[in-house]
Design a protein around this ligand. Structure first.
Ligand code: EPU
Length: 413
């Protein structure tokens, strides 16, 4: 699938931000741990959630979404073998591992996939399951994990978002105390902790690097509202900084501190009020230096998008990436448009400002897609973005949101 994108008549307008993808995915799987109905408000209606819900349906759940409210209800005995090959398309499917282990102590699943951002092993997850007494069998196609799990202490080598959440899921119903040290502190991890506690899980140290979980026998039904997507919000703020400004609603500025700091340092005027952020650009921006890292550092999922802003700022901007080895797959497309940037090991140098020309662009992953859309909005002629379907994995209703801002986005199937 491709899309033709160009700037037509950009104007500041109010864009509502959707619920967080990376909270919704683990929460959908975590609802397996509850024996009753789970209601999730502010669910993002994006491709990745659709795929997870399809899998939930195939293993014994009734799922229904009305107006961004998802209801998940167990209807039959849960199947522990997941056969749906779509597991390979998204990283978030690995949360079925922790959830099924936590509920029935066994599972079989195709190897979870996800965006190609360099090596993305799941050794921390599997080591943690082994540490809990599980046996992990790997064949070329499948992973089979089972065991009589016990609560224990986990010391993560790296504060992995996915491993932290998977340990939480596998341990909330275990008898005894589980400790996760060097846990991830991303807002999505905190959100999952709050969701689990709303079902009766006992977790302390939420939001810190050390989580204590006291196992409970059962989790009860809940209704929970997912936090706004900070990466979608950050992407739109960068779009506003590329043009004259933007106003976002349904956002939580507390989760956006690193990106707001960078945009303010560049010279954007930003006002945060209640659940609204308004960004105005009234003067030429100054270059930036960013170090991408774990929360609260600048998020890796906004690295490609902010690099587009660097091409429009006079001077040299720098982005140091410390999470992934292949984060910047959009560079060749930006260069084809006339961008002047190069990667030296994990340090991206961007020389600006350059005029970007409409071109044929190729997206290789979700955030690469988002960066290319931003770049295409810097041109009055149409750019064609190939494999645009990647964008729909994580950005809800993007065509309408861009069109409200005066950007042409025409889908070609
Ligand atoms: N890592 C390992 N072994 C593991 C797990 C991770 O070596 O067992 C390494 C990874 O290869 C990577 C680093 O640790 O270099 C970070 O991985 P982490 O586990 O923290 O990330 P993740 O859980 O795989 C989630 C998001 C990503 C986001 C990262 C970092 C989901 C479904 N994915 O991935 O989101 O980039 O955290 O914040 O929550 C996206 O939304 O576009 C996206 C890629």
């Amino acid at each position: 699938m491709k899309a033709k994108v160009r700037e037509k008549s950009y104007h500041d307008c109010v864009i509502p931000i959707s619920g967080s993808k990376n909270s919704a995915l683990p929460m959908i799987c975590a609802s397996i741990l509850c024996d009753e109905e789970v209601v999730l408000n502010n669910i993002p209606e994006i491709e990745d959630t659709k795929v997870l819900l399809e899998i939930m349906n195939s293993i014994g759940y009734h799922v229904k979404i009305i107006n961004h409210t998802l209801t998940i209800q167990p209807i039959k005995k849960i199947k522990w073998k997941i056969k749906n090959e779509k597991v390979k398309n998204l990283r978030g499917s690995y949360y079925f591992m922790g959830a099924l282990l936590g509920k029935i102590g066994k599972l079989k699943i195709p190897h979870p996939g996800g965006c190609s951002l360099g090596e993305r092993p799941i050794n921390y997850h599997l080591d943690a399951f082994r540490n809990m007494n599980a046996t992990v069998k790997e064949t070329k196609k499948y992973l089979k994990i089972e065991g009589n799990l016990f609560a224990t202490t986990h010391e993560l080598d790296f504060p992995s978002v996915g491993a932290t959440i998977n340990i939480l899921l596998a341990s909330v119903r275990l008898n005894g105390t589980t400790i996760i040290s060097n846990a991830a502190t991303e807002p999505e991890v905190t959100d999952v902790c709050h969701f689990l506690t709303s079902m009766g899980a006992k977790i302390s140290g939420i939001g810190t690097k050390c989580l204590h979980i006291e196992g409970v026998k059962k989790l009860k039904k809940t209704e929970y509202t997912i936090i706004p997507d900070r990466i979608e919000a950050g992407t739109f703020l960068i779009l506003g900084a590329l043009h004259e400004g933007i106003t976002l609603t349904n956002v939580d500025a507390n989760h956006l501190k690193s990106i707001l700091d960078v945009l303010r340092q560049c010279g954007c005027e930003i006002t945060c009020m209640n659940r609204m952020i308004s960004l105005k650009k009234t003067k030429p921006l100054s270059p930036f230096q960013i170090r991408i890292g774990t929360y609260p550092d600048f998020p890796t999922d906004l690295g490609p998008q902010i690099s587009v802003l660097g091409t429009q700022i006079k001077g040299t901007s720098y982005i140091e990436e410390t999470i992934y080895t292949k984060r910047f797959s959009h560079i060749s497309s930006l260069k084809a448009m006339g961008g002047d940037l190069y990667l030296n090991q994990n340090m991206l140098h961007i020389h600006g400002s350059t005029t970007l020309h409409a071109s044929e662009l190729y997206s290789y992953d979700l955030r690469c897609s988002a960066a290319l859309v931003l770049a295409a909005t810097c041109c009055h002629d149409f750019s064609t973005i190939h494999h645009i379907e990647m964008l729909f994995r994580g950005y809800e209703n993007i065509q309408k949101k861009l069109s409200d801002l005066g950007i042409d986005f025409e889908l070609i199937r």
